[in-house]
Ligand binder design. Structure first.
Ligand code: SDX
Length: 422
């Protein structure tokens, strides 16, 4: 059988054979058959926007691989900085490459003092850290105007390195500003996750001593969030990047997309949901309200996964380790009960609604002391290498500017009406 699909325009009897390649068909071929007729697919439910070699997602079977490596193995054996290197370069680094990469990231964590003094301190005391982080990332483009030279690989590397290095510094500053505490400078003797905890929590001690279990759990959570193929924020990164904007502007746009409660904001929304449910007795009535379409079960459902999100399983394992240190989250039993009910209820099963990465993540963050409005900031730090790997890939692919068409449904031509006659 030929690996093609045939489309016939029954109005003319004309047909076009389109090759099926790599599980996809090039729908531009339809333009030969029916010029000016567009493939309509709002929210890209059935559309591949690009080819990519970075992350392989099999939603039906709950499989996630970064550059071919299963997420379960990376979570168990790797580190976040090693995963950053893997996503950006396609291979796990050897010792020399690891030492060089870790050095470059460690020694670029500081930010310009004007950012600290005049920018971050300019926000209101109750500013949401995601709004602060998104703005600060965009502002970084004004300190590194050379970032506009996106064609130079060496320059791209410098900006990628800065964004991965400075993300935690800006994130911690957003938190410290929100509680009126002085900023903590990076500590180059600590690992990436330890340094972030130090910048978040250090008070007057000469050096912050992070709990190794919590630092490891945070590093694993960053790995789990590092990439997820063409999700909403990564697609945003690629669209803005296709205009050849500088990477800081593209990352700021992606951060804005991640801020949405349907996307990266879900981890914060899960805690709000559990706190609103309030008690065991309210779980069944809440589930009924979800089935009646009055509420959403936040942290459940996924556009791609129609099975258990493999990351959610790993997050749950990390939660047990964290709770041994911090004490069990008071919301955990409710979350477990909610999951048990949903996994056995036809409404959720028929819609393939399973826990996603956000369902348990918030419980860990909350137990580690992070305030709710910092949860999506943590997601941003984790997703940074994924966004940058896709940005780099689209430039290397020589991709054209993203410019979809539309189906116009508005009124036809009409003459201007003077205001006295309206
Ligand atoms: C992330 O894309 C990614 O990869 C994202 C992410 C990543 O790593 O980048 O994995 C991270 O964003 C995870 C998702 C976090 N969001 C949430 O947990 C918010 C709650 N979930 C949803 O709102 C929803 O499930 C989405 C947004 C995740 C997916 O939405 P879709 O694919 O557009 O599905 P849909 O809204 O069309 O729903 C299909 C059906 C509908 O029912 P019917 O109209 O057919 O009767 O399922 C229902 C929905 O009502 N449904 C839910 C539900 N999610 C979908 N019903 C109750 N609770 C939910 N959470």
């Amino acid at each position: 059988m030929p690996e093609t699909v045939t489309i016939t325009d029954n109005r003319t009897g004309q047909t076009v054979d389109i090759p099926i390649e790599n599980g996809s068909i090039d729908m531009k071929a339809i333009q030969k058959l029916m010029p000016g007729t567009w493939v309509l697919d709002p929210a890209f439910g059935g559309t591949a926007s690009t080819e990519s070699a970075i992350t392989d997602l099999d939603g039906a079977n709950g499989i996630l691989r970064y550059r071919g490596y299963p997420i379960e193995q990376l979570a168990e054996h790797s580190t976040f900085l090693e995963v950053c290197y893997l996503l950006l370069n396609g291979e796990l680094p050897n010792q020399e490459q690891t030492d060089s990469w870790v050095h470059d990231v460690t020694y670029h964590t500081f930010i310009h003092e004007n950012m600290r003094k005049r920018f971050m301190e300019g926000f209101n005391h109750d500013a949401h850290p995601m709004g602060m982080l998104m703005s600060a990332i965009a502002a970084l483009s004004t300190f590194y105007p050379e970032a506009k030279d996106i064609e130079d690989p060496g320059n791209r590397y410098k900006q990628i390195n800065r964004l991965i290095s400075k993300g935690p510094t800006l994130a911690a500053m957003a938190y410290r500003a929100s509680i009126g505490m002085p900023f903590v400078y990076p500590d180059n003797d600590l690992t990436y996750a330890e340094n972030f905890l130090s910048m978040m929590w250090r008070v007057a001690e000469p050096q912050y001593k992070p709990d190794p279990v919590l630092a490891k759990a945070l590093d694993v959570l960053l790995i789990l969030h590092a990439d997820h193929e063409q999700n909403c924020s990564t697609t945003t990164m690629r669209v803005v990047g296709s205009a050849h904007a500088d990477p800081y502007s593209a990352v700021a746009a992606a951060t804005g997309a991640l801020y949405g409660p349907r996307h990266g904001g879900a981890n914060e929304a899960v805690i709000h949901m559990l706190e609103e449910i309030g008690s065991y007795d309210n779980i069944e009535p809440f589930v009924e309200s979800v089935k009646a379409g009055e509420s959403r079960l936040m942290g459940f459902g996924h556009r791609v996964y129609k099975a258990y999100d493999p990351r959610a399983r790993i997050v749950k394992e990390q939660a047990d380790k964290v709770f041994e240190v911090t004490g069990k989250s008071p919301l955990l039993d409710m979350a477990l009960k909610l999951e048990e009910i949903a996994l056995n209820d036809d409404y959720f099963k028929s819609r393939n609604l399973y826990p996603n990465v956000d369902f348990y993540t918030g419980l860990i963050y909350q137990s580690m002391g992070f305030p709710l409005d910092m949860f999506t900031v943590l997601f941003t730090i984790g997703r940074m290498p994924g966004w940058l790997a896709h940005w780099q890939e689209l430039l290397e692919q020589g991709q054209r500017i993203s410019r979809p068409r539309q189906v116009y449904t508005g009124v036809g031509e009409r003459a201007y009406v003077p205001i006295a006659e309206r």
